[in-house]
Design a protein around this ligand. Structure first.
Ligand SMILES: Nc1ncnc2c1ncn2[C@@H]1O[C@H](COP(=O)(O)OP(=O)(O)OP(=O)(O)O)[C@@H](O)[C@H]1O
Ligand SMILES: [Mg+2]
Length: 234
């Protein structure tokens, strides 16, 4: 099975080479744990270093905010956008009253964008925001499942972010997101320590210990050689 390089220094060796192609992976963590930086780096490096077009879909922060965040790391977003290698899209508000219709409209828009630039990578930041519009747990499970199936059919490797509500074994607000995705990567921030842990990754061997990571002026860097004690993360 082909591997998709994460683009995050130090991470691929923990993943036995990278993400499996067409898989969906949940990036879970508390406020400020690095979910947005992690997932923008995945899309940016994919376009820049691996020639794989990518789409970054934001539900919370405005597209301009995401754009500035990327600029902050001196990532050259503008020329990649011009070359149709990278796209940042802010999802329109979906009215909870007619959620099904609105959801389908947005999914179709996303599929058109994937076709347009032949995207291989995609991010949805965050599924928690999506979930808030969906109402019931059943709706969330159904819609996220449908979305990840569509992405799989289009051969897109996707990262979905999720707010973790606290407690190192809780990976999402609604408690269903981590069962739908093929993989889960948990990000922790226990000041001053940041750590990353691969909770699951279907269909592949992977590292099983938490590792320290840093957010530097050029993005996230994982120290695959060092370990963080699981007990210290509580
Ligand atoms: N240029 C930088 N250098 C070092 N650290 C930075 C830099 N920019 C941001 N950070 C750190 O990254 C954190 C934000 O990371 P990010 O936005 O990815 O978190 P998040 O998990 O998406 O948060 P939220 O839950 O609010 O969406 C900041 O709080 C800060 O600690
Ligand atoms: Mg964020």
């Amino acid at each position: 099975m082909a591997r998709v390089r994460s683009g995050i220094p130090g991470l691929d060796e923990l993943l036995n080479g990278g993400f499996l192609e067409s898989s969906t992976v949940l990036i879970s963590g508390g406020a400020g744990s690095g979910k947005t930086i992690f997932s923008t780096e995945f899309v940016y490096k994919g376009a820049k270093d691996y020639d794989e077009p990518g789409i970054y879909i934001t539900l919370e922060e405005g597209a301009t905010n995401i754009w500035w965040n990327m600029k902050n790391f001196r990532w050259d977003v503008t020329s990649l956008e011009r070359e149709n290698m990278l796209k940042i899209y802010k999802v329109g508000m979906i009215n909870p009253q007619d959620f099904a219709e609105g959801f389908e409209r947005e999914v179709n828009r996303i599929k058109d964008m994937i076709d347009d630039i032949d995207a291989k990578r995609l991010v949805i930041d965050s599924t928690t925001a999506f979930g808030m519009w969906m109402g019931s747990e059943q709706n969330i499970r159904h819609s996220l499942f449908k979305l990840s199936e569509e992405l799989k059919n289009m051969d897109v490797t996707a990262l979905l972010t999720a707010e973790a509500p606290g407690g190192k074994e809780r990976f999402s607000r609604f408690g269903v997101e981590e069962f739908i995705t093929d993989g889960v990567i948990a990000l922790y921030f226990k000041p001053p320590q940041r750590a990353l842990f691969i909770r699951k990754m279907r269909g592949t061997k992977h590292d099983k210990k938490p590792h320290p990571f840093e957010i530097t002026s050029s993005g996230i860097e994982v120290d695959s050689k060092q370990e963080v004690l699981w007990e210290s993360l509580e």
